[in-house]
Design a protein around this ligand. Structure first.
Ligand code: SF4
Ligand code: SF4
Length: 442
């Protein structure tokens, strides 16, 4: 087999690996007694409910319709009765409309859900419509509705498709286990997506700290147009623009999208969800999540029903240690700290990471030393010290002129800053202010 030449993206860091759960097989967590299923679990317009309190539902019963093209429906993950639709704490830090379902003993799939024996004969449009109706969104954490990525405008033809199995965040191993334990589903999902896009070539990028996954995937690939590409370990290798640079040596332009250089990227978990939707007829009702960190008693890789409260997942893993400092959804570099453990697992919950007190950096922010570390490590070629300072001063136009909108919030700059300046926080804050000002002008 020819070894594909890879390229190097600029910047990046090497955080310590800490993949505590790498050799733990995926375990299926029992369904929750009460599921809290937010109507918004994706980027785009929230979905609108099609059930009301008192309705009986089963696994896979549709709970909502999408609120527009960039939107996705949600489905029940348990059998039971809808008890209320209320504002409930959401992983994004505010309350959002949520369908609450109480389990009623049985655990059955909705009668409408049936496997398809003829799915290989489906047309690209039929596959795309199944993906859209199954509520599939990017499961690496970005939660962009998948059917939208698979609908590029005519003037932006796609000629390459990348499956993202890099999993570069320290601690997370869910994608690693998916590739080891269900490589056939990943390849089947990839082929279905490739058919929708009409591409000749499919690449699967995997960091070379997971050579067992590289081998497992290579073992099941029969097709000549699918290539498994081992990648050097360097964070943020799994970010779309960096992955495209490494595998195809194409540069996504400032403010642009992968489709601007003829590429679509999808996560391995998304490929599995596509397989399950098309071949098994199942909408997205569960996901594989890594529960890990020194603050949890029994770290695990779990298959969890969407809507399961984080507190229940933590209890299932033996509970928190005495000296818990922070609970983060996602990895340590890009994840979001949580203040309320009643939030539930949603489509984008790739990890639940529990850090201890002593791991938290409580050093006070110092002055900028002009050391340039943040510039050297920024994979987007930005000058974080500049937009950081402008944001601190409330000068958002200047932050925008310093390209803060191109920041992918990877955290490399803050990780390397000797003065502990919260550069990612400044980037997020400036981006939110700039977007609000744009909306006002529109
Ligand atoms: S400025 Fe943004 S893209 Fe650059 S290192 Fe910092 S977080 Fe990453
Ligand atoms: S890394 Fe921190 S101290 Fe160094 S230039 Fe950037 S913001 Fe300033």
């Amino acid at each position: 087999m020819n070894k594909k030449k890879t390229y190097r993206f600029s910047g990046g860091v090497h955080p310590p690996e800490e993949k505590l759960t790498r050799s733990l097989p995926i375990e299926e967590m029992p369904p929750p007694k009460k599921a809290y299923i937010p109507l918004s679990q994706h980027i785009g317009a929230p979905s609108s409910p099609v059930v009301e309190p008192g309705d009986k539902v089963n696994i896979g019963t549709r709970l909502s319709d999408p609120g527009g093209f960039v939107s996705a429906p949600v489905f029940s993950s348990i059998s039971g009765k809808v008890v209320e639709i209320v504002d409930h704490p959401h992983t994004l830090g505010r309350s959002m409309p949520t369908v609450v379902i109480e389990a009623e003993g049985t655990d059955e799939w909705d009668k409408s859900i049936k496997p398809r024996t003829d799915y290989e004969a489906l047309s690209p449009d039929e596959i795309k419509s199944i993906i859209q109706n199954a509520g599939i969104v990017g499961m690496g954490g970005a939660t962009f509705p998948t059917h939208v990525k698979l609908s590029p405008p005519k003037e932006k033809p796609i000629n390459a498709f990348i499956i993202n199995g890099a999993e570069c965040e320290p601690y997370l191993t869910a994608d690693h286990r998916v590739m080891l334990e269900m490589p056939e589903k990943v390849v089947s999902g990839a082929m279905l997506i490739g058919k929708v896009l009409g591409v000749k070539k499919i690449y699967v990028g995997i960091e070379n700290n997971k050579m067992d996954a590289v081998e497992a995937m290579r073992d099941v690939v029969k097709e000549d147009n699918v290539e498994i590409v081992p990648l050097k370990v360097r964070y943020p290798q799994g970010a779309e623009k960096q992955l495209i640079k490494t595998i195809l040596n194409r540069d996504v332009p400032s403010g642009g999208l992968p489709m601007d250089v003829g590429v679509v990227v999808q996560n391995v978990g998304t490929a599995v969800a596509v397989h399950d939707a098309v071949a098994l007829g199942r909408p997205l009702v569960e996901r594989i999540t890594t529960v890990t960190g020194p603050g949890i008693k029994n770290p695990k890789n779990l298959k969890i029903r969407i809507g399961t409260p984080i507190s229940e997942v933590i209890d299932y893993c033996g509970g928190l240690s005495e000296d818990v400092g922070k609970v983060i959804l996602g990895g340590p570099m890009m994840g979001l700290a949580q203040y309320d453990l009643s939030v539930s697992v949603i489509k984008g919950t790739s990890g639940i990471l529990i850090l201890t007190d002593e791991m938290l950096d409580t050093t006070a922010q110092g002055p900028c030393l002009r050391c340039g570390n943040c510039v050297t490590v920024c994979p987007m070629g930005l000058t974080p010290l500049m937009f950081g300072r402008y944001t601190e001063l409330g000068m958002f136009n200047e932050a925008e002129r310093n390209n803060v909108m191109d920041c992918i919030e990877c955290g490399c700059c803050a990780y390397e800053c000797p003065s502990h300046i919260p550069l990612v926080h400044y980037a997020k804050y400036a981006k939110a202010e700039i977007q609000a000002a744009r909306r006002k002008r529109a």
